[in-house]
Design a protein around this ligand. Structure first.
Ligand code: 2AM
Ligand code: CA
Length: 268
């Protein structure tokens, strides 16, 4: 059984509460795909409502903590040593298209350190949780990163900049990275939710995940999951703080340096 701190219990309850209407909305999206207006407005209101429920539940249980959410930005509280970092729907494009691969991500930071994490896919009912120094779990099962040591047998997840994202140079670089990795591994997966990509690395499903240009709310929960499952997380300069520039490489200990080297110069 996972060790559930009081804060983690609060985070799990908030995620489950926010997930109920979100799951209903997802069921209705099928009809909206063919409606005149299309589902985009519907999705942004689902996003906003999910963040509002999380805000209400978390601040009721922990008044005073800061709250940093994708929709509402930073809301300071009197307690400067704690803040929640929230992504109400990570994988919004999947949600919009009726693909059941998205998650609510909640992280709790204490004195600038990730303390507790929840990544919840409401459609598959997969609840990933982690508590600093107490391990990572999927539902009740302890998670370990994979033990694969060699790139040729490894399955690697990534995110690729799409329409309107990044400069021409950044897009070129990203495609070069994909080419370099795909030709040396068992393959690449691009599933569209950075939070779940990290959760899958923690679960040993993916051997590694890298992406550039992410925001703190996309990855805060996922970073703690990977670390507590025994994995290594850094940005792509090799420093350990992925929040510093939004670049992230998460992998097991053996593959992390190999991928870092490959991604350092993808054109070679
Ligand atoms: P989202 O679904 O919450 O937007 C996929 O490559 C990852 O990038 C997802 O975690 C996704 O989170 C995030 N993402 C999607 N669009 C983005 C944008 N315009 N800017 C930054 N991150 C984005
Ligand atoms: Ca996100």
């Amino acid at each position: 059984m996972p060790y559930l701190s009081p804060a983690l219990n609060v985070m799990i309850a908030a995620a489950r509460k926010a997930a109920r209407p979100l799951t209903r909305d997802f069921g209705e999206l099928e009809n909206l795909q063919v409606s005149h207006k299309g589902p985009a407005d519907f999705v942004s209101s689902a996003d906003e409502r999910t963040e509002r429920i999380l805000f209400e539940e978390l601040t009721r249980a922990r008044p005073g903590y800061g709250f940093f959410g994708e929709e509402g930005g930073m809301r300071e509280g009197p307690d400067k040593s704690h803040r929640f970092i929230i992504d109400p729907i990570d994988g919004t494009t999947n949600f919009l298209h009726g693909v059941p691969h998205f998650a609510i991500s909640i992280a709790l930071e204490r004195e600038g350190q990730l303390q507790s994490a929840v990544v919840y896919n409401p459609i598959t009912d997969e609840m990933y949780v982690a508590e600093r120094s107490h391990g990572a779990y999927l539902n009740d099962k302890r998670l370990r990163v994979s033990t694969r040591k060699n790139l040729p047998e490894s399955l690697i997840a990534t995110g690729i900049p799409f329409m309107g994202r990044g400069t021409d140079e950044e897009r070129e670089r990203s495609l070069a990275e994909v080419k370099a990795v795909v030709s040396r591994t068992s393959g690449i997966r691009r599933f569209g939710s950075a939070a779940l990509d990290c959760a899958y690395v923690a679960a040993g499903r993916f051997d590694a995940f890298w992406e550039r240009g992410l925001n703190a709310w996309d990855i805060a929960g996922g970073i703690l999951l990977v670390r507590e499952a025994g994995g290594v997380v850094s940005n792509l300069n090799g420093t350990s703080d992925p929040f510093s520039n939004g670049d992230l490489l998460a992998a097991n200990e053996a593959l992390h340096p190999q991928l870092m080297k490959l991604l350092e110069n993808p054109f070679s």
